[in-house]
Design a protein around this ligand. Structure first.
Ligand SMILES: Nc1nc2c(ncn2[C@@H]2O[C@H](COP(=O)(O)OP(=O)(O)OP(=O)(O)O)[C@@H](O)[C@H]2O)c(=O)[nH]1
Ligand SMILES: [Mg+2]
Length: 1127
């Protein structure tokens, strides 16, 4: 147990087969960091007494204060088992849902993970989430059931009860694994099926599938957690003990003579031992017998706890001697039973031994990387491995080999960038002086002393120049000299001055192939880099120096400056890092924003993007307290963006600087970082900006007092101007809310109707935004006549699948042919709203792309059509209620009358032509499409002369209103807005789901807080064997600020909720509602705004945006009191 030297680590890094890259994953507070402490203390980095108290991996101050981890950090540990020595690169990850992006960054560079589960709380929402993430990344998990001591001390279970409880937890987690596995097998089967449909010849003989084939054929036994498989360990990290059943199997096989293999199979499960016959039997043969796990393992632990807690000194001594342990006098005398338990148990059942042995045995080394994982990592987007260029496909072998020879290509993945204190960098740390340096300094000081003496005695200096320079630098002479030496020996290092005012960033990375060496030139490939594009641009066998490469998008070239061994809070300098290791890389901050792939070969594809579970939703606007400090803020925000995998930084159209974070805790951390680290200025922060969506619904059937609408007598209310003031005069509204508007120059008329989309359709649109985006890219590349982007089979299939789903839900007379006529999605061309083109003149849809080249009409309309689409995009980006984006709205362009415009362009052209003829005698129009011109000309010629002259007047009208396309955009936008306003408009609120675990005595208070904040309980369940309830609820984001704190306070810290963004939900109340019937009037009073939550939200947003808010501050001042009494 000695602190391992750096040399030892460097040596271990070379033995790839004995490297384990693992991360610790769990729900918040299940004990990851405490477990990490125990493992770290086994390497002597921290003392075993402090293990569990120090939380070494939580190096930030706020992590220590709040008691939660906020970032993932790595440490390298050494573990020896028999002859074999292992290097374990351990990454501790946060469990709080706000930081789940940090989990993704950790998982990507690991081969295996330890899933920690609290024995009392069992499987929690984040446990599920991390298990799913581990599956998605194809890394293998092992299980640690932690906090067993709580079963003894808090829940006071008997060993038998504890056994059933643990069995239960295992069942739960295995059920989860089962679901993940089944869905994966089914998915693969579906994939195979489509493949065989595509090439029916490829898989002859395997054509007939029965639905369960995949499931039954696949061996899944190794996937499940079971103590007899050796992939489960039971621990109490706080008390420093842990065991797998192998430990006890060894002991009892020596004691009883039963074979170890038999014990390994029976120690867990319903088996009991017949001591007389020395036989192991199934429990149900003889009732009342205790399972082996209870009898041989749990009872021993329970009796030890019992003895220590009861301070039964005699019994403790007996146990200690029987176990052959030696307890220090200090611990033995200690009054705190915890200390005694820790001292005994950590010797008896050392936790690090149990956990690390399992890790080395059960988790794969970097050499065991599966072909499946490699292919997945290499195929970003909707690409398949087969569609990659052959040079790229060839790299798969390099991944699998993980070779360290010089010829092996270097492939490194950077999963995040993190900022460190400049002082923590090894090159800035004072290193111990060597003997020679000490001697040299000695000599130097002696000489100076002698010179000083000489000067004091008035002697002239012998060598004036040399002396002066010495005198000038005398206060820092020694340091300067040291610096000079360093700069000389390592020229590529940044100038120290620069290092001081820049926050150094380190890349958190892993070498997948080849050896990373300091000073090596390497390509930095951004997430959008395409090896295909490179190979097309650069001739094969390109051998010029890297600097001479022609510029390729999303690719840069840099030098690996500093390589570090990550040791938790410390960094150690490395010259080179062999493949399969986790490392830190300095000097990449100008090249890498958040993540990147580094490779010596340009044929390397970028790795697939990290899979983030959390959606950033909480936004605030920030500004410096002193306006002059704006540049610092901007710079700080840039750095923050780089340092956090999931934060988003926006500058809104209003000029506001906005931070978008995953939740309240994340927000607080980002603000702290900004203030204290990156911007180092005082900032003021707005109230959280709560996002809303605007939508429309079907007209309600009953009014606010549950009376059928239309049956009551309407009363005249003075401020009842509901519909009138929103639609100005001159706009025609036809039945069904069809709005017809003409452009200001009167040349085009548009008829638009808005309809609410069915909920399922909105959901499909949201889920398929990737597909929509790739359709959009495809169309735009076709538009530009670029055929470089070949449409891949798989993409095409996805598009058809998406279309099929839409068709399935858009049925009925109202939606007939709608799907085929979808023209665009919005906002930003991929949002959850659609534009449908029902106009007869011009057919264009997202499915066919622009086939305008074939039809004359289409090309005439195409450019103007773009204006219509832009108008739709603008309308969906900000709705009429409070300028928030729309959701779930379908705009139907019923008619699009351009006849006047056509007439006019034709006559204009003819005029132009005539004048050209007169002037030059050669009439060459400047329009781009000759065919159009021809067509228009013909039309123009047949026009009667009078009409042409009358149109002339209008053409000057066009000019006074600006370009026609602009008018179309504005008219379309306005028409969409009015079309919305004639329908019942509603706000949609962002909703969180939360799981709250609470004991029965605080349940009432939890409900009170939930209902006060408009939350809704979906489910309430009692956790088996405990008095804990699990409540699943939804809560509007708008009401969530301070929710976690309030719950914690009201329940004295017994309940702590986790909020995860889940969906958008329509707020049922109408923000524009005013009482219109007598009964409503009686019920709600005249003002009737006290209950209207939607109006409150709407007005708050309008106020924030500086929009007009219709509010009466005081009306009928003398009546105010009576009014409030009525309510
Ligand atoms: N009783 C008991 N408490 C434990 C045990 N392990 C950890 N704890 C306590 O559980 C709390 C949370 O422990 P951490 O190690 O910080 O949990 P974590 O999983 O790292 O939490 P996050 O990183 O915030 O997700 C601390 O108060 C620990 O003292 C254990 O084995 N038994
Ligand atoms: Mg932690």
């Amino acid at each position: 147990m000695v602190l391992n030297s750096l040399d030892k680590m460097i040596q271990l890094q070379k033995n790839t087969a004995n490297i384990r890259n693992i991360c610790v994953l769990a729900h918040v507070d299940h004990g990851k960091t405490t477990l990490a402490d125990c493992l770290i203390s086994s390497n002597g980095i921290i003392s075993s007494r402090l293990a569990g108290k120090l939380r070494y991996m939580d190096s930030r101050e706020d992590e220590q204060v709040r008691g939660i981890t906020m970032k993932s950090s790595a440490i390298s540990l050494h573990y020896a088992k028999g002859e074999e020595e292992y290097l374990i690169n351990l990454i501790d990850s946060p469990g709080h849902v706000d930081f789940s992006s940090e989990v993704s960054t950790a998982i990507r560079i690991c081969d295996g993970c330890i899933i920690v589960v609290d024995a009392v709380e069992g499987v929690c929402p984040q446990t599920q989430a991390v298990l799913r993430q581990a599956w998605l990344e194809n890394i293998r998990p092992v299980l640690v059931i932690n906090k067993i001591d709580r079963l003894i001390v808090e829940l006071k279970f008997t060993p038998q009860e504890a056994y059933s409880h643990l069995k239960n937890i295992l069942e739960q987690i295995n059920a989860l694994t089962g679901t993940l596995f089944t869905s994966k097998v089914l998915e693969e089967r579906a994939e195979r099926e489509t493949e065989s449909q595509v090439n029916p010849n490829s898989e002859q003989g395997e054509q007939v599938y029965d639905w369960s084939t995949g499931l039954e054929d696949t061996d899944d036994s190794h996937l499940y957690f079971s103590p007899d498989q050796g992939n489960v360990v039971f621990t109490s990290a706080i008390d420093g003990w842990g065991f797998g059943i192998e430990h006890f199997a060894k002991i009892y096989s020596q004691k009883t003579g039963i074979k170890k293999e038999v014990l390994l199979k029976t120690l867990w499960g319903d088996y009991y031992i017949n001591m007389k016959a020395k036989k192991i039997m199934k429990v149900d043969q003889a009732k009342g017998k205790k399972p082996l796990f209870v009898q041989l393992i749990l009872e021993n632990i329970w009796s030890l706890y019992d003895a220590v807690l009861k301070k039964d000194k005699e019994k403790i001594d007996k146990i200690v001697t029987s176990l052959g342990l030696k307890i220090g006098a200090r611990e033995a005398r200690h009054s705190d039973p915890k200390v005694q338990i820790n001292a005994i148990c950590s010797q008896w059942l050392p936790i690090s031994q149990a956990v690390l042995a399992m890790v080395c045995q059960k988790l794969p080394s970097p050499l065991d990387i599966t072909a499946e994982r490699v292919e997945k990592l290499m195929c970003a987007g909707s690409q398949t491995f087969d569609s990659l260029p052959p040079e790229t496909q060839a790299l798969k072998a390099a991944f699998m080999k993980c070779g360290s020879e010089d010829t092996a290509p270097v492939i490194i993945f950077v999963s995040k960038m993190f900022a460190v204190d400049a002082k923590a960098l090894p090159q800035n740390k004072q290193r111990p002086l060597t003997q020679e340096e000490i001697a040299e300094r000695h000599e130097h000081a002696r000489r100076r002393h002698a010179e000083k003496l000489a000067a004091a005695q008035g002697q002239a200096p012998l060598e004036p120049t040399q002396d002066r320079s010495d005198l000038e630098t005398s206060p820092q002479g020694e340091e300067l000299k040291g610096d000079e030496q360093e700069v000389e020996s390592e020229t590529p290092k940044p100038v120290p001055q620069e290092g001081n005012d820049r926050e150094p960033f380190i890349a958190f990375a892993r070498v997948f192939s080849g050896v990373a060496r300091r000073g090596k030139k390497i390509f930095v490939l951004g997430p959008k880099y395409s090896p295909l594009e490179f190979l097309q641009r650069v001739p094969l066998g390109f051998s010029a120096p890297l600097d001479d490469l022609p510029p390729v998008p999303h690719m840069a070239c840099c030098t690996l400056e500093n390589l570090y061994l990550l040791m938790g809070r410390e960094l150690e300098d490395l010259e080179k890092v062999p493949p399969g290791n986790v490392l830190g890389i300095g000097g990449l901050q100008d090249f890498v924003l958040k993540s990147a792939t580094l490779s010596t070969l340009p044929s390397c594809p970028p790795f697939i993007p990290l899979n983030f579970e959390a959606t950033p939703i909480v936004r605030v606007a920030v500004e410096p307290k002193h306006p002059s400090e704006m540049p610092q803020l901007v710079r700080g925000m840039k750095l923050l963006n780089q340092a956090d995998p999931c934060v988003q930084i926006l500058i809104q159209e209003t000029g506001e600087h906005v931070l978008v974070t995953a939740g309240e805790v994340h927000l607080q951390r980002c603000l702290d970082d900004l203030k204290e680290r990156f911007a180092k200025i005082q900032i003021s922060v707005s109230e959280p900006i709560i996002p809303f969506r605007e939508t429309i619904t079907k007209p309600p059937k009953v009014d606010m007092v549950n009376e059928e609408i239309g049956k009551q007598q309407k009363v005249a209310v003075i401020h009842q101007t509901k519909e009138d003031h929103r639609i100005p005069e001159g706009i025609q509204v036809y039945s069904g809310g069809l709005i017809t508007m003409t452009t200001p120059n009167k040349l085009a008329t548009l008829s638009v109707r808005a309809m609410p989309l069915p909920e399922e359709v909105t959901q499909i649109l949201e889920e398929n935004s990737d597909v929509i985006r790739s359709m959009e890219q495809l169309i735009s590349s076709l538009n530009e006549d670029k055929n470089t982007q070949m449409i891949h089979q798989k993409t095409q299939e996805k598009i058809w699948e998406f279309k099929g789903k839409l068709e399935q839900h858009l049925t009925g007379r109202k939606w007939r042919n709608t799907v085929d006529q979808i023209w665009s999605f919005g906002p930003r061309k991929c949002g959850p709203n659609i534009l449908v083109n029902k106009s007869k003149d011009f057919q264009n849809s997202v499915w066919t792309g622009p086939d305008g080249k074939a039809s004359k009409e289409a090309s005439r309309y195409r450019d103007l059509g773009n204006s219509i689409v832009s108008g739709f995009q603008l309308a969906t980006l900000s709705g009429p209620m409070c300028e928030e984006p729309l959701m779930g709205v379908c705009f139907v362009l019923e008619k699009w009358d351009l006849s006047k415009f056509e007439d006019q362009t034709a006559s204009d052209k003819q005029n132009q032509e005539q004048s050209d003829l007169v002037k030059e005698g050669q009439g060459e129009g400047e329009t781009c499409s000759g065919r159009d011109e021809h067509q228009d000309l013909q039309g123009g010629c047949s026009e009667p002369f009078e009409k042409r002259t009358s149109q002339k007047g209008e053409s000057s009208l066009t000019d006074c209103y600006g370009p026609f396309s602009g008018q179309l955009i504005a008219t379309m936008k306005e028409a969409c807005r009015y079309a919305l306003q004639v329908k019942p408009q509603r706000l949609m609120a962002a909703m969180y789901t939360c799981d709250i675990m609470a004991t029965s005595d605080v349940l009432g208070r939890v409900y009170a807080v939930l209902s006060k904040r408009e939350g809704r309980v979906l489910q309430e369940e009692m956790k088996e064997g405990t008095d804990m309830f699990i409540i699943k609820a939804v809560l509007p984001v708008a009401e969530s600020f301070g929710f976690a704190d309030e719950i914690r306070k009201r329940t004295s810290g017994l309940a702590s909720p986790q909020l995860i963004f889940s969906h958008w939900e329509i707020i049922p109340s109408d923000p524009f509602w005013v009482p219109t019937t007598e009964e409503e009037y009686l019920h709600f009073g005249e003002k009737a705004d006290s209950e209207n939550q939607a109006r409150k939200y709407m007005n708050a947003v309008r106020k924030r945006k500086g929009l007009y808010v219709e509010e009466k501050i005081v009306e009928h001042a003398e009546k105010q009191r009576t009014l409030s009494k009525n309510k």
